[in-house]
Structure formats: structure tokens, C-alpha cells
Design a protein around this ligand. Sequence first.
Ligand code: A2P
Length: 333
Amino acid sequence: MAYHVAIVGATGAVGTEFLTLLAERNFPISKLTLLASERSAGKTLEFRGEPVTVQALRPESFEGVEIAFFSAGASHSREYAPYAVQAGAIVVDNSSAFRQDPEVPLVIPEINPEAVQRHRAIIANPNCSTIIMLMALEPLRRLTRIRRIIVATYQSASGAGAQAMQELIDSTHAFLYGEPYEPKVLQHPYAFNLFSHNSPIGEDGYNEEERKMVLETRKIWNDPTVAVVPTCVRVPVLRAHSEAIVAEVEERPPLETLYEAYHQFSGVRVIDERDRNYFPMPLEATGRDEVLVGRIRYALDMPNGVALFASGDQLRKGAALNAIQIAEYLIRS
Ligand code: A2P
């Protein structure tokens, strides 16, 4: 069986990754509808060597669509996902629009695949930093309960979209040639700099990205008591996020058991070579499906603490790949 698939936001950073991955994974597609803003209507994108014309997103865009991947921001998901559902499609939404809706499953297939079954036509894809953190913690969580997480992120430009990636390239070029550069997408100079995540900050001192990591972890783990203390930072890296994570667990497993668990789990790849200071790096995580994990060690003077460092491709496992894995799970079950 093959499906009529639509991608909303097809021209964006995540949208184009959908095209690459759907072809790479041989997703069964009978028809592909590419949707973006009015500005992109008439452009062509390549899929499996053939040009596909992009159409402007409209309420009537979903006729006959069976699976719709949304990646054009929360407001467009809120407005247009109901039209897709009305037309009979199942929506896998990459935005934050429905993630906290109790009726909508929030799924990482390696962690809570069973949640997919409860869907009522919309399934939410978690935030990229949350996916990368929870993938990096999953082998540990299978051994013991995790009570608390303290995490600092090193987030790439891709999470802020294709234009932010271009801004990183252009501003770096301008910096190197001593030319002036006025930031257009992000608020602060990006070349050779880093800054607190560009999402709005609340009265409690946490920005929206950090709040997503807190709330989404609780929902995916179905554990309302897990404590998460994130600090999210944007760094001048193009497309893979890294995270320094300390987890406090109920019972700390022996190190050998821990290493074995990480080596056995297919969603991560262990890179932990202390003798040559070789650990996860965003450049090496780029284009890979697995999250790279290393620096796996006990947290010093913290009896139940485990520390590690992870890098994961924000556009792949952090976005398009996870959404496609959800759809693959759906069509298999
Ligand atoms: P467009 O390229 O036509 O602006 P990114 O996250 O990389 O910035 O990508 C955002 C995606 O969302 C793009 O595909 C963009 O299309 C799409 N998008 C932005 N505004 C709209 C809109 N009003 N209607 C439909 N798609 C939109």
C-alpha cells in the first residue's frame, strides 16, 4: 500500500529534510503534495529525481491526503491541521501547537510508541532538544528511574529555520572580511558568539524552549514528578544540537552495566574515547540518524548522579526523522 503524503512547510529547513528522508527510507508514497507560503508557490523541489511543484497552503490543499507532515510553525499548524483532519488525513505535527493537548500523543518511537495508538488524527512530534535529551537518556532510564535532570544545551542555527542558518553563514563571512552585518533573524550577533535561546522568557526566568523540555519530558515519560532544570543556549553551529546532561537516578547502575546498555541501544551511537579526547561533536552528528553519546561517567560527589554529553542532528532525529518514524509505526500497526 502507498499513501498520498503532504508536507506543509516543504521549502523550510525541516521540510527539505523530509524530502531527503522520505526518499532515503523508501516511504511508500503514491502522491506527494508540497505546501508552503504564497512566496514559494510555483517553485519546484526534487523528490526521487523528479521535480515536484510547491503549492500555496490553503484550507482545500488536503483533498485525498492520507498523511500530512506539518512543519511551518505552530500558528499554521493550529490553523490548517483541522482542515487536513477534516479531509481524512492523519497529521504528524512538528510544531508546539498540540504537544500539551491531553488528547494528542507526544511520541518518540524508541521510547513511548504505544502512545501512538491513542491518536485522534493528530500526533505531535516533540521539541528537538527534548528528543535528543531523552534519546541520550533512554538506555539509563531502562535501568533505573530518573528523578532529576540538569541540562545545558548548545543549539544550532537549524532549530531557528533555514534563514537563521543563512544568517550564521552570512554573518560569519561578514565578520571574517571586516564588513558590517545587521542581524535579521536572530536578535544578537551570531558569528563567533553564543546567546541564551531566542524564545520568549517567562516570569520564572525560563524561556519557552526550556519550558518545552520540562513539560514534554513529563508527558513522554508519563512521569509528572520528574524534575528538569534546563539552560538553553544558541551556539554558532549549523545543524546539530549538543547537550551536557546530569541525571539523578533512583539506583545508580554499575558503570559496566551502563556502558553495555548504551552500546546495545540502537538509537544512540557511543563515541567515548578518552585516550584521544574523542567525544560527540555536532559536525559528526550531522546527517546521522543516531544521537551520539559520550563522556558517560558518574557525577562527582553526587551519589546518584550520572553525567554525559550528546550531539544529535536537529533536522533528522530532532525533527523530520522522528516524525517519519511515527508515520512508519502508524502504517505498520
Ligand atoms: P516559505 O519558504 O514559502 O516561506 P523554516 O523553519 O526553515 O523557516 O521554514 C518554514 C516553512 O514554513 C517554510 O517552508 C515556509 O515557506 C513555511 N511557511 C511560512 N509561512 C507560511 C505560510 N503563511 N503558509 C504556509 N507555509 C508557510
